[in-house]
Design a binder for this molecule. Structure first.
Ligand code: NAD
Length: 357
C-alpha cells in the first residue's frame, strides 16, 4: 500500500486545536481510500523558540525537506514581538519558505454557496467568485538587500529593496500559466509598472512568457486598480499573478470576499520538492484555547495537500464535499455566525466533517 509521509507543524495559538481536526481527517481518509499516512509532528514557531531558542530548528527543517508534504497550522504571538527579528515566529516561516525554496504561494478564493450571506459584500457582487491568487513568495521586497535602519544624530533612516531577477519572474509565471490552463486560461498580472522599474521588468517578462502559450489570455493591471476591482467586481478574475508584497495584501483582501479568514487555504510550492499547505490566517491569539476557532481553512489546506502534494484526488474531493455538506446543514463556527445557523465548537466542527467523510 502506498505510504505518504507528512510533517505536521501545529505551531502556536489556535494551531494545536485546528491541527487535531486535520489529523483525524487525514487518518479517516487514508483508511477510506486505501493509502497509509505517517504523520510526524515537529516543533515550529513560538513553541519551537521556547524549547530551542529558534523558531525554525534545523531538526524540523530537515524533517520537512525529506517528507512528501508539510501541513502547517499557524505561528505567532505578541509576546515574541520584542525579540530580535530573526528569532520571531514569523521569521521561522520565512526561513521554512526559503529553505524549501517555496517560491509560489497559491491561494484559491471560492465562494461556498451556503456562506454567501457571510460576506460583507453584496450577494450579487460575490456569487460567482472563483479565483486563485498566485503570489511570488521568496523574493521581492521581503528578502531584497540592502535593507536596514541607519541611525543619524537627529533622525533615523530605514530602507528596503524591491528586487526581482528575470528567472524568478519566469518560474512563478510558469506556475500561473499551468494553473490557468487547468481553469479558464485567463491570467491578470498585477504590478505597479507606471512607477517601479522592478514592475516594468515583471510586466515585460510575464508578457514574453505568455506569448509561448497561445491559449493564455494575459491582461495587466496596476495594483491600486486591482485592489479596487477586487471589491467592485471580483468575479472578473480567474488567476491573479503578482509579486510578494502585492500578493500578501491582495490575497488577504480577496480572503474577505468569502466572509471569514477562517475559510481560506493555501499552498506554497516549488517545482520539485515537498510543498507546505497552510491556512491563510494567523494564530488568532485572541481566541486560542477556547475551542471556538474555525478549523475549515486548515481542513481545506489538507484537501490541497491531498490533491497537489500527494495526488490523492478522490480523497481531496471527498473532503471538500464533506465540508460543503456540513455547511449546507447549517453548522457554523462562531466566526461565521449569521444569526440563523447552529454555532458549534472547533472540535464539534471536526466531528461533523468526519461524519460526512
Ligand atoms: P490572525 O489571522 O491570527 O487573526 C485575525 C482575526 O481573525 C482575529 O480576530 C482572529 O480571532 C480571527 N481568526 C483568524 N483565524 C481564525 C479561525 N481559524 N477561526 C476563527 N477566527 C479566526 O491575524 P493577526 O491577529 O494579525 O495575527 C496574530 C498572530 O499570527 C501574529 O503573531 C501574526 O504575526 C501571526 N500570523 C501568522 C501567520 C501564519 O502563521 N501564516 C499569518 C498571519 C499572521
Amino acid at each position: 500500500m502506498l505510504t505518504h509521509k507528512i510533517v505536521l507543524l501545529s505551531g502556536d495559538g489556535i494551531g494545536p486545536e485546528i491541527s487535531e481536526v486535520s489529523k483525524k481527517i487525514l487518518l479517516k481518509l487514508s483508511n477510506k481510500f486505501n493509502f497509509n499516512i505517517e504523520i510526524e509532528e515537529e516543533l515550529f514557531g513560538g513553541i519551537a523558540f521556547e524549547k530551542f531558542e529558534d523558531p525554525a530548528p534545523k531538526s524540523t527543517l530537515d524533517k520537512c525537506k525529506s517528507c512528501d508534504a508539510v501541513l502547517l497550522a499557524c505561528v505567532g504571538d505578541s509576546k515574541y514581538d520584542q525579540l530580535p527579528r530573526e528569532l520571531r515566529p514569523e521569521s521561522g516561516l520565512l526561513k521554512l519558505r526559503s529553505d524549501l525554496n517555496l517560491f509560489a504561494n497559491i491561494r484559491p478564493v471560492k465562494i461556498r454557496n451556503s456562506l454567501i450571506e457571510s460576506s460583507s459584500l453584496k450577494k450579487e457582487v460575490i456569487q460567482n467568485v472563483d479565483l486563485v491568487v498566485v503570489r511570488e513568495l521568496t523574493s521581492g521586497i521581503y528578502f531584497g538587500e540592502p535593507r536596514g535602519i541607519i541611525k543619524n544624530k537627529n533622525k533615523e533612516r530605514a530602507f528596503n529593496t524591491m528586487v526581482y531577477n528575470t528567472d524568478e519572474i519566469e518560474r512563478i509565471t510558469e506556475i500561473a500559466i499551468q494553473i490557468a490552463k487547468k481553469r479558464n486560461n485567463r491570467i491578470c498580472s498585477v504590478d505597479k509598472a507606471n512607477v517601479l522599474e522592478v514592475s516594468q521588468l515583471w510586466r515585460k517578462t510575464v508578457e514574453n512568457m505568455a506569448k509561448n502559450y497561445k491559449e493564455i489570455h494575459l491582461s495587466n493591471m496596476y495594483v491600486d486598480n486591482a485592489a479596487m476591482q477586487l471589491i467592485r467586481d471580483p468575479s472578473q478574475f480567474d488567476v491573479i499573478l503578482t509579486n510578494n508584497i502585492f500578493g500578501d495584501i491582495l490575497s488577504d483582501l480577496a480572503a474577505m470576499l468569502t466572509g471569514s479568514i477562517g475559510m481560506l487555504p493555501s499552498a506554497s510550492l516549488n517545482n520539485i520538492g515537498p510543498g507546505v499547505f497552510e491556512p491563510v490566517h494567523g494564530s488568532a491569539p485572541d481566541i486560542a484555547g477556547q475551542n471556538i476557532a474555525n478549523p475549515i481553512a486548515m481542513a481545506l489546506s489538507t484537501a490541497m495537500l491531498l490533491r497537489i502534494g500527494l495526488n490523492q484526488i478522490q480523497a481531496a474531493e471527498n473532503l471538500e464535499l464533506a465540508i460543503d455538506n456540513v455547511l449546507s446543514k447549517g453548522f457554523r463556527t462562531s466566526d461565521l455566525d449569521d444569526g440563523k445557523s447552529e454555532i458549534i465548537s472547533c472540535s464539534k466542527m471536526g466531528e461533523k466533517i468526519l461524519e460526512e467523510i
